[in-house]
Design a protein around this ligand. Structure first.
Ligand SMILES: CC(C)(COP(=O)(O)OP(=O)(O)OC[C@H]1O[C@@H](n2cnc3c(N)ncnc32)[C@H](O)[C@@H]1OP(=O)(O)O)[C@@H](O)C(=O)NCCC(=O)NCCS
Length: 216
């Protein structure tokens, strides 16, 4: 993949994205950000390309690639919306794999995926478009991670786990072998998932159980 990359959003996750990009030898064209002061604070040495609006005037879809600098503390919706919005405008997304991540031979990683430092993806695994495999996450053999899903820092998907589109696996969570995490489901930080999780359900704890919605 050639061509410079723009980081969309200049908050905390963007710092991690920048590190991954630089480790992998990408040239960074600049950052977009609604809050110009945050961009200047976090990236004083990178070109500020203004807000997302009208980016095409400053960085055309043919000029290179984008990558999303927004993490999402417990939801994948914001990242998905950004990917969809810019894809509709004709942008392509870089496949960003940190130099210190380990991808076994034959692992499939789709367009727009981010794999951060220390992550391990083992044989037979595949990672769908725009998914985020965060710092030190483990995607062990024969796992499937759906499009736009987020496997959080230090989370472990043991063997042959299936993660649906847009699901969120929180930091340090463990999913036991062969379990299915439904599309849009949320696994709280530190949970141990012993049973399949239906689409959209939020679970927490050891063993993981549904989070009760707050009253009022
Ligand atoms: C599950 C989670 C999304 C809940 O967030 P929330 O909706 O704001 O919920 P609250 O913090 O108001 O907590 C609601 C209840 O769930 C409990 N809870 C929250 N997180 C929990 C967790 N990880 N494990 C067990 N219980 C948890 C709270 O103690 C609280 O219980 P209470 O009602 O008895 O007091 C959040 O705590 C979480 O785990 N997020 C993942 C963060 C993460 O991994 N980020 C990595 C991105 S880089």
């Amino acid at each position: 993949m050639t061509g410079p990359v723009v980081i969309v959003g200049a908050g905390g996750h963007a710092k991690v994205v920048r590190d991954a990009l630089e480790s992998a030898g990408f040239v960074i064209a600049g950052v977009t950000e609604r809050d110009a002061a945050a961009a200047a604070r976090n990236f004083p040495d990178l070109p500020y390309l203004g807000t997302d609006e009208g980016l095409a005037d400053r960085f055309a879809p043919t000029a290179g690639y984008l990558t999303i600098g927004v993490g999402g503390a417990c939801s994948t919706d914001g990242r998905r919306r950004l990917h969809e919005r810019f894809s509709d405008q004709g942008y392509r997304f870089a496949r960003v794999v940190h130099r210190m991540a380990y991808l076994a031979a034959g692992v499939q990683v789709s367009e727009g995926v981010q794999v951060m430092a220390g992550a391990v993806i083992q044989p037979g695994a595949s990672v769908g478009a725009y998914a985020l495999i965060n710092t030190r996450a483990v995607v062990d053999h024969d796992c499937f991670v759906g499009a736009h899903a987020h496997v959080g820092p230090n989370a472990t998907l043991t063997a042959a786990v299936w993660v649906g589109a847009g699901a969120f696996v929180g930091a340090g969570a463990t999913v036991l072998p062969g379990r299915r995490i439904g599309a849009g489901a949320l696994i709280a930080a530190g949970a141990v998932v012993t049973r399949d999780v239906p689409d959209g359900l939020r679970v927490a704890g050891v063993p993981a159980a549904p989070l009760t919605p707050r009253r009022g």
